[in-house]
Design a protein around this ligand. Sequence first.
Ligand SMILES: C[S@@+](CC[C@H](N)C(=O)[O-])C[C@H]1O[C@@H](n2cnc3c(N)ncnc32)[C@H](O)[C@@H]1O
Length: 283
Amino acid sequence: MNYRHAYHAGNHADVLKHAVLARVLAYLAQKDKPFAVLDAHAGIGAYDLQGVEAGKTAEWQGGIGKLAQPFPPEVEAILAPYRACLAALNPKGGLRYYPGSPDIILQGLRAGDRMIANELHPEDAATLRENYAGEQRLTVLQEDALVAVKSQLPFAEKRGLVLIDPPYEARDEAERALRMLVQGQRRFQTGMFLLWYPVTTEEFVDELMSGAAASGIGNMLRAELRIKRAHEASGLSGSGLLIVNPPYTLEGELALLLPALARRLGIEGLGRSQISWLTPPRG
Ligand SMILES: C[S@@+](CC[C@H](N)C(=O)[O-])C[C@H]1O[C@@H](n2cnc3c(N)ncnc32)[C@H](O)[C@@H]1O
């Protein structure tokens, strides 16, 4: 396990993932009933963009660093929960600290909701525990994500969200991510699931999409943001989310948000986005 998210925090992939995450949490909080969230690959929770790791790659400058100027109001309305998380971590203004998924999720919980954050890397799990010591709504686990998905689902609350966000370091990681989605869905059929994936090569994405489409899971929305051509130079050319059981208004909102992000984050006009149903929506 070499991957450390501190090198990548706030990049274009985080912007997509975290803007959507914050948005769907806001939906869950609209109903009075409590909900739970499992973050199966949590990282440490928050990142210093002036830290050594972020400075080495400067990836955030091509992501959250490009969001300083506001978008048109209809796009800002969708981004509002994400912007609020960033503002809460930077109370004096500016952009020094960047919230990871556990921070965004904790900010989206109400008093009676809860979160399980799972992180396998021993140092990162310890940092995560330290960062949120005293937070009663949080349980930190240090297990393999698939074990956590199997042991934590279904939630007693019967409402909630599962985030599957592996580093895709190992060759079989896409297959394992899909297995998590299938196992999780089997245990928690009404739950919302967000599975993040990188756009590296077309073959990788096509294989993941065929696997997901053939998984038997319905009501799955695909939302993808590309900032340059695949294969070009190094690094990610884009990323996407598979969203199982999305809130019914999310498709329309993403149809506004993603093209705006593609225009803003795309390199030399190569930004592209797509929103499509990988498996048919529930009628
Ligand atoms: C992409 S990062 C997570 C970022 C985080 N979800 C966020 O949005 O802020 C992936 C994390 O998964 C952890 N990880 C890698 N393999 C794992 C496994 N098998 N089970 C659980 N966590 C794992 C890594 O240590 C890393 O912190």
